[in-house]
Design a protein around this ligand. Structure first.
Ligand code: ADP
Length: 523
């Protein structure tokens, strides 16, 4: 039986041919191909011309692998073995049909090559994307800086104007300008956030904070905003949530504000509900669920997936204002907070956005007593006012700071137009605090800060330093910290924040006689 099988297999795959030195066919079993006796084998296929060298060089045994032949329109892949016959005048050819085998190998190789090519292409594309992305991020940082600088004087002088005697009508117009400028700042912040998130530079900073106060403040703000729009506002804060939690309240705040702003924007009747709950008690880490529900215009089912894409606004909704960046940031921030953002919405009925963040429960649930001694402006007048030195090169910004300080009245302000001048002034006059713009000609703010910290005069080297800049990137903030600066404020200047920071630094400086790090401790 085996003999039959073997014979059958050999018949289907192998052909024996014998040729003489003239390459004429002496014999052939014609198992695969019809090759006539006495014909020249090169007539059957020109490949066989190669056999002459075998006779010439007397190669006793030879193999030609994977010879491709087209016979009667069909493609074959054949291995050909040759033996020189007895007497040396004939050549035995064993033709082995390996078409299926070679086709499979060929296919595998083809797939492999394609995958290598595809891999290279995708690497190339990734590199290009990375280059584009980093270009985009740098471009955004620069544009944002360039826009922030003039915006700084616009926002600043609006608050100066607000405190002058102007008519009711002028004040109304001023408020419109103020709101629009604030919107512009928000868009710039959003753009910077998106590029920071993309560049992986936005991380979560966990700190202990008064959670209940944080949520209650938010609710209070939106209670007023909804009242203004004649909408109802329901607020629920579960009593099971402890007062002091550990988490990134800035990022959580950003998510909630975006959701509440949208709810407000897209709701015209009914109201908004903001609830903060937990499903667990008495644990070291608890899940806190934030939910914003509105009875607004809702989102069509088929559009629910696309609302998280950057610059996506559902058509005809442009009239509501906004840039279409809010939800994209919300989605990326909730991802960073290791939370899932859920949306339920029925067109014409309303929407519910919710997310759950795990937060640590602080060991210490007691409120620290903050010795908030409000500086009495009157006491400080008459030569007692702390003296502040500002390094700032741009004239409108100098003017703005002069006005803000003059209006505030608690400090005296000197201005130097670059870092070198700052150092000169510090050598000549006593100061209590230094504010430095980071980008200045001759000597920039970072170099000036380093020089101050390296000063041999202890009164100078320990001065509190505030960076005041239009640059908002994390690198710049890290660089400022590295240079020994104690606080980082961004333009447009928020006058309240500026003066409260000065106040805080001055009281720490006086109390401890040394400069403290500004960043709060992580728990
Ligand atoms: P925008 O700046 O346009 O508000 P967002 O990214 O915040 O951008 O939202 C994207 C789109 O999702 C909005 O343009 C709006 O069409 C839709 N949307 C978001 N929140 C709501 C909501 N609470 N109710 C109805 N539609 C919403």
């Amino acid at each position: 039986m085996l003999d039959n099988l073997r014979q059958d297999f050999i018949n289907k795959t192998t052909q024996l041919v014998v040729v003489n030195r003239e390459l004429e066919v002496v014999d052939s079993d014609n198992n695969l191909f019809d090759i006539d006796k006495n014909s020249n084998i090169t007539d059957f296929h020109p490949f066989f011309f190669a056999l002459t060298t075998i006779f010439d060089e007397d190669l006793q045994e030879e193999t030609f692998f994977c010879v491709q032949m087209e016979v009667l329109g069909k493609h074959y892949f054949i291995d050909i073995k040759t033996y020189i016959g007895e007497g040396g005048d004939t050549l035995v050819l064993i033709l082995n049909d390996l078409t299926d085998h070679y086709k499979t190998v060929h296919q595998i190789k083809q797939v492999r090559n394609e995958s290598i090519i595809n891999f290279n292409i995708s690497q190339e594309l990734n590199q290009q994307l990375e280059i584009q992305r980093s270009f985009k991020n740098k471009f955004l940082a620069n544009v944002s800086h360039e826009i922030r600088t003039p915006l700084n004087s616009i926002v600043g002088f609006i608050s100066v104007l607000e405190n002058t005697e102007i008519s009711r009508e002028q004040l109304d117009v001023l408020h419109i300008i103020k709101d629009s400028s604030k919107n512009l700042v928000t868009i710039l912040d959003d753009l910077m956030d998106i590029s920071k998130i993309e560049a992986g530079k936005l991380d979560i900073k966990k700190r202990r904070f008064d959670f209940r106060e944080f949520v209650e403040k938010l609710a209070k703000t939106y209670q007023i905003r909804t009242d203004d729009k004649r909408l109802s506002f329901d607020f629920e804060l579960s009593s099971k949530i402890p007062r002091f939690l550990v988490g990134d309240h800035l990022r959580i705040n950003q998510v909630i504000v975006n959701l509440l702003e949208n709810a407000l924007k897209y709701t015209h009747q009914g109201g908004i509900k903001f609830s903060v709950t937990t499903s667990s008690v008495n644990a070291r880490r608890i899940p806190v669920t934030f939910e914003v529900t509105d009875t607004g215009i809702g989102i069509p089912k088929e559009k629910l997936d696309s609302i998280f894409d950057s610059f996506t606004q559902l058509e005809k909704r442009g009239l509501f204002g906004g840039s279409g960046l809010g939800l994209s940031i919300v989605k990326q921030l909730t991802d960073l907070l290791e939370s899932d953002l859920e949306v339920k919405s029925v067109e014409g009925e309303g929407s519910t956005f919710s997310f759950t963040v795990f937060m640590g429960v602080s060991h210490n649930q007691k409120k620290e007593k903050v010795a908030k001694k409000k500086r009495d402006k009157k006491d400080l007048k008459g030569g007692k006012r702390p003296r502040i030195l500002l390094g700032e090169d741009v004239e409108v910004n100098q003017l703005l700071m002069m006005r803000l300080f003059a209006d505030y009245g608690a400090y005296s302000l000197d201005i130097a137009k670059n870092g070198e001048r700052v150092i000169e002034y510090l050598d000549r006059f006593p100061y209590d605090l230094v504010i430095l713009d980071l980008t200045m000609p001759v000597m920039d703010g970072l170099d000036a800060a380093v020089q101050i910290r390296n000063s041999s005069n202890k009164k100078v080297s320990k001065l509190p330093i505030i960076a005041l800049t239009a640059r908002t990137s994390q690198e710049e903030q890290d660089a400022a910290k590295e240079a020994g600066m104690n606080a980082y404020l961004t333009k447009p200047i928020d006058a309240d924040l500026l003066f409260s920071t000065i106040e805080r630094l001055l009281s720490r400086y006086k109390r401890k006689d040394k400069v403290l790090e500004i960043s709060e401790e992580e728990e």
